[in-house]
Design a protein around this ligand. Structure first.
Ligand code: BES
Ligand code: ZN
Ligand code: ZN
Length: 481
């Protein structure tokens, strides 16, 4: 999709146009007759969210009615979500280029509509013999949006596409080695970004017992990738470390996932894709922050000398862990990465993103992120507020000390899953928090939102990159405070 800024007079514009109609005052600017305006307003009495199409041959006018009186984040999310319906109309009408404008609309509303159109337009097409329809061009009214603003958003959206593409790619075409190569090649082209790829030998020499164990059943080598963005303006500051779960495919290992539970587990590296993509977007938009992204990557398979329940692992920081279930692999590889960050990088804050537990999906479904914190209450409060703004929301789960009992092992320091089936998301978070030690730490369980089985919000079926807009906005804010 390409974008262009133009001054648009809705009465004169010569092309397909989307007009944002937040309140009745907007009708003044429209090329509509009194009867047509009455029609729109009458329809609004039965509910304000709809799209009405008018033939203005040879073009079409799409009037997008919304309720401008709702709280701003809800208005914006509503506009994002109406994009899917709009795109269907555009496809049916054969529209390739669309202008977006309004009268009395807020700049954020216009941007939300454009963002929704952009995110909804993405689909995973790589393996389709015939490329599906896509909107080609969007013209944005320059009385609402500045060029630098649109360009910065475009760079973020582009990274969101990359993230979704990686998550959608099956493991046959994206294993740890290839993913590391892709990250390295992107990093090579970006100013102030460096990429270190550690291979199996290096991981062994670092004694990352969690990552090594999970990789033992695989024919593919593991990787540990460290991306650093260090602009001169922030070079002296302690980094924010972003850790992402990079399980390229999760079969469950010897505790193999039964039935169709294995399906969609190509998305188990969504945390890694998200964190890498956030760093790339931050670097491309020159956010003056020191960031380090740490990505432990392997698939989890039952082959060869696969790690087994009852194995006792020695992790990077020396903690011993009894394996109770090989399907609780994410926390094992993340623990090494979190400990590596805490030990070597003196971080101001560690945040991880991981498709970690089915329990998170059961608790809150596909409507948000399950979050926990240790020593980072203020940071999480801030993240929560940002989440409400961009509508990538999170809910905080408790870190009460009672849960520590559930991850104590009879034979080792910790066990890799709780001793009772309850509170699976919390015991996972508790396990990870152990490895952050005294460093302020936030855990984001994105299992419910990283990948949608069917179309949802402004996303088609597949990867969403949910969490990227949240983290990007959070980092942008850090720069301001
Ligand atoms: N990758 C899964 C979690 C998951 C489940 C993500 C569903 C997305 C959708 C994770 O590695 C896992 O298998 N977790 C187990 C943990 C259990 C064995 C303690 C789970 O949640 O069942
Ligand atoms: Zn698993
Ligand atoms: Zn997993």
């Amino acid at each position: 999709m390409t974008y262009e800024l133009q001054t648009i007079n809705p009465r004169q514009y010569d092309g397909a146009m989307l007009f944002l109609y937040g309140d009745e005052g907007a009708s003044r600017a429209l090329p509509l007759s009194k009867r047509e305006v009455a029609c729109v307003n009458e329809r609004r009495e039965r509910g304000r969210d709809f799209i009405m199409t008018f033939d203005r041959l040879p073009h079409r006018l799409y009037v997008l009615s919304f309720d401008s009186e709702l709280p701003a984040p809800e208005v914006q999310e509503g506009l994002r979500r109406s994009a899917m319906k709009l795109l269907r109309l555009l496809e049916a009408d054969g529209v390739e280029s669309l202008a977006v404008t309004g009268d009395g609309a807020l700049p954020e509303e216009v941007m939300a509509a454009v963002e929704g159109i952009t995110l909804a337009d993405y689909s995973f097409d790589r393996y389709k013999s015939k490329a599906p329809w896509h909107l080609q061009h969007v013209v944005v009214d320059d009385s609402f949006v500045r060029a630098d603003e649109l360009e910065a958003s475009q760079r973020l959206w582009n990274r969101i596409f990359w993230c979704r593409e990686w998550v959608n790619l099956p493991v046959q075409d994206l294993n740890a080695e290839r993913f590391a190569e892709e990250l390295q090649s992107i990093a090579n082209d970006l100013a102030d970004v460096s990429c270190t790829v550690m291979d199996k030998r290096k991981i062994e020499s670092l004694r990352m017992g969690g990552l090594m164990a999970v990789n033992r059943g695989s024919v593919d080598e593991p990787r540990f990738v460290v991306l650093e963005y260090k602009p001169a303006e922030a070079a002296a500051s302690r980094p924010i470390c972003l850790v992402g779960k990079g399980v390229m495919y999760d079969t469950g290992g010897l505790n193999i996932k039964p039935g169709d539970y294995m399906q969609e587990m190509k998305s188990d590296m969504a945390g890694a894709a998200t964190m890498a993509s956030v760093l790339f977007a931050a670097a491309e938009n020159r956010i003056p922050l020191h960031l380090v992204v740490l990505l432990p990557m392997t698939d989890n398979r039952p082959g060869f000398n696969a790690y087994a329940a009852d194995d006792i692992l020695t992790m990077y920081d020396g903690t011993t862990v009894e394996v109770v279930n090989t399907d609780a692999e994410g926390r094992l590889i993340l623990a090494d990465a979190i400990a590596y960050a805490a030990r070597n990088l003196d971080p101001a804050l560690i945040i991880d993103a991981a498709t970690l537990t089915g329990a998170a999906v059961r608790a809150i479904s596909t409507y948000g992120i399950a979050a926990m914190q240790q020593g980072a209450a203020n940071e999480l409060t801030m993240l929560k507020l940002v989440g409400e703004q961009v509508y990538e929301r999170l809910v905080e789960f408790p870190m009460w000390k009672e849960y520590d009992e559930l991850i104590k092992s009879d034979f080792a320091d910790l066990r890799n899953c709780g001793s009772t089936p309850q509170a699976g998301t919390i015991t996972a978070g508790k396990f990870l928090a152990h490895f952050a030690g005294k460093v302020p730490y936030i855990h984001l369980d994105i299992a419910g939102v990283a990948y949608f089985t069917k179309e949802q919000h402004c996303y088609r079926a597949g990867a969403s990159a949910y969490g990227m807009r949240l983290l990007y906005a959070f980092l942008q804010m850090q720069d301001m405070i």
